[in-house]
Design a binder for this molecule. Structure first.
Ligand SMILES: *Cc1c(COP(=O)(O)O)cnc(C)c1O
Length: 224
């Protein structure tokens, strides 16, 4: 199936759900991203700074770029001039560096707090206690980062009850933080969860942003 028709199918499947698609284009060339763009897709996700900064100037300026991979503080400055959302905020140090670089660029960058929900130890992300400590410290200082919700990567498994459990955990973190820190902030509304293999379950469990790569662009030549 062509990229354009896949994008159209996602648009139909998502209409009325309150969930939006982030097309994860990592490892794929700008020509394929342009194809998805021409079919109406506007939100794209990349996980590496170097790859994102190389692709961004070659593509339409109204793309909403989401950085979804682990971000080192010394690389924030390269994406701050254009990135729309950083989904992978997993430390106070990183959050404050995004604040600093967004201020320098005269911008507001949207941020999601990344949580560790998978059983694999290798995945990045905060615990709820760490997120609360981070918010108590940082929230009063934020003027150029708009915290908009949470993100998580579920375990790489076909075990449906386990996936649902992990998605529910992330949703529970969102509900808790919303009630405690963002009750009056309508902009805190995103739950980024669900990938090619599990996005339907994630939508059922309340996802507002699914991050889908291989189901749109095909398999990657190397894992990224
Ligand atoms: C690569 C990636 C995705 C997309 O994975 P697919 O299985 O190809 O849909 C989603 N989220 C993150 C954080 C990724 O790195």
């Amino acid at each position: 199936m062509s990229i354009a028709s896949t994008i159209q199918e996602f648009q139909q499947e998502l209409s009325g759900t309150g969930c939006r698609l982030v097309a994860v284009s990592k490892t794929h060339p700008v020509e394929l991203i342009q194809e998805a763009y021409d079919a109406g897709q506007r939100l794209f996700g990349e996980n590496r700074v170097q790859e994102l900064t190389a692709k961004q100037p070659a593509l339409p300026a109204d793309i909403e770029w989401h950085l979804i991979g682990h971000l080192q503080t010394n690389k924030v400055k390269y994406v701050a001039p254009f990135v729309h959302t950083i989904q992978s905020i997993d430390s106070l140090k990183l959050l404050l560096e995004i604040e600093r670089q967004a201020a320098r660029a005269g911008r507001v960058i949207q941020g999601l707090l990344q949580f560790h929900i998978a059983e694999e130890e290798t995945k990045f992300g905060l615990s709820l206690a760490e997120a609360e400590a981070l918010l108590q410290e940082a929230q009063p200082q934020l003027q150029h980062v708009r915290l908009a919700g949470v993100m998580g990567i579920a375990t790489n498994t076909a075990d449906e009850p386990q996936l649902r459990q992990e998605f529910r955990t992330l949703r529970g973190y969102f509900d808790h933080l919303k009630a405690r820190y963002f009750a009056a902030d309508a902009g805190f509304r995103e739950i980024s969860m669900g990938m090619s293999g599990d996005y339907r379950l994630a939508i059922e469990e309340g996802s507002t942003l699914i991050r889908v790569g291989s189901a749109i662009f095909g398999h990657r030549a190397y894992p990224a």
